[in-house]
Design a protein around this ligand. Structure first.
Ligand SMILES: [Zn+2]
Length: 323
């Protein structure tokens, strides 16, 4: 009998608690699905499920790399207004990821591809350029679809919300308080193994070309996509930059370096090295200060110059001597 009463109370309590989708739903998007770590608001169920699977593939990685549960997320297709983002945040979704609509994505990519094609083929006719642009855009849209970018973008937002809680994510990731290199590392380590292998292959090419890669500059550098991100933000658009050929070599190289530098740190130290660096950064420490305080106990040198040497040695052991 007691069990019966308890069960009745439990059921009553449950029926009063709104589900995540009841809280999150937006009228303009017909589908909402709940995942273990949040919700997906989408235009149809197959896309919602694919996005949910991508988000959930990243969540355990965040737990391992940053030693914390990923904050609850809402992934929203077809952009999200500042008001919608604010409402979701107020209702228990501290991380809100708006994704561009397919039409917007195509338009953004087309602008970048067209200017690259026109520059490279100044003699080509308009018709030739149109058909080449259409072909390249088709290929690239698939590569930067929501499913391909969701884990990466959640990495940015989770880092910010976990270590700089309350800092505005509406402003977009590259304006976040974390150093740009750490932001990008947090994003690329969330990606699939397939994408990670592509980043490593791109790094191998950079290394073989003998292009210099100075860690001090890497720690200080501004994200090469910052200008694009600023422009997108001003236009009220979602920021989507994950490195495709259309992004240009600087941005591709930045992702590749971020991925392999993360590999180095994880390989020579421990699983939670990024959590330690992020914690220190959130308290205002530079990488140099962090190294001096924690480098030795984590199995790294205690200054930047020696870190540079250790890094070059490690890269040489994995990728061969620089070209
Ligand atoms: Zn990124």
């Amino acid at each position: 009998m007691r069990t019966g009463i308890c069960l009745a109370i439990l059921l009553a309590a449950n029926s009063q608690a709104a589900t995540l989708c009841e809280v999150a739903r937006l009228d303009r998007l017909p589908v909402c699905i709940e995942t273990a770590g949040g919700v997906i608001l989408a235009i149809n169920t197959p896309e919602a499920e694919a996005l949910g699977a991508a988000a959930e593939s990243a969540r355990p990685i965040f737990r391992v790399r940053f030693g914390r549960d990923a904050p609850r997320y809402a992934v929203v297709q077809n952009e999200a207004s500042a008001e919608e983002i604010g409402r979701l945040k107020d209702n228990g979704f501290p991380v809100v990821l708006p994704l561009p609509s397919k039409a917007d994505l195509i338009a953004q990519i087309e602008i970048q591809v067209r200017s690259a094609v026109e520059e490279q083929l100044p003699e080509a006719s308009d018709a030739e350029i149109d058909s080449l642009v259409a072909e390249i855009v088709d290929r690239q849209v698939a590569a930067v679809s929501g499913v391909a970018i969701v884990a990466h973008e959640l990495g940015h937002l989770w880092l910010q919300e976990t270590f700089w809680p309350g800092a505005s994510s509406v402003e977009g990731q590259y304006g976040g308080p974390a150093p740009d290199w750490l932001e990008e590392v947090a994003a690329v380590v969330m990606e699939t193994e397939l994408l990670s292998e592509r980043r490593r292959a791109a790094f191998f090419e950079i290394w073989q070309q003998g292009l210099s890669f100075d860690l001090a500059a890497f720690f200080a550098m501004e994200h090469p996509a910052k200008l694009t991100a600023d422009a997108a933000r001003k236009a009220g658009r979602a920021i989507v930059k994950v490195g495709s050929a259309a992004d240009g070599p600087d941005i591709d190289a930045f992702y590749a370096k971020s991925r392999v530098f993360a590999d180095f740190l994880i390989d020579v130290t421990d699983q939670e090295i990024l959590a330690s660096i992020a914690e220190a950064a959130a308290q205002g420490s530079s990488m140099e200060q962090w190294l001096a305080a924690q480098g030795n106990e984590r199995g790294l040198p205690s200054d930047l110059k020696s870190l540079e040497l250790a890094w070059r040695e490690w890269v040489t052991s994995v990728y061969g001597p620089p070209g």
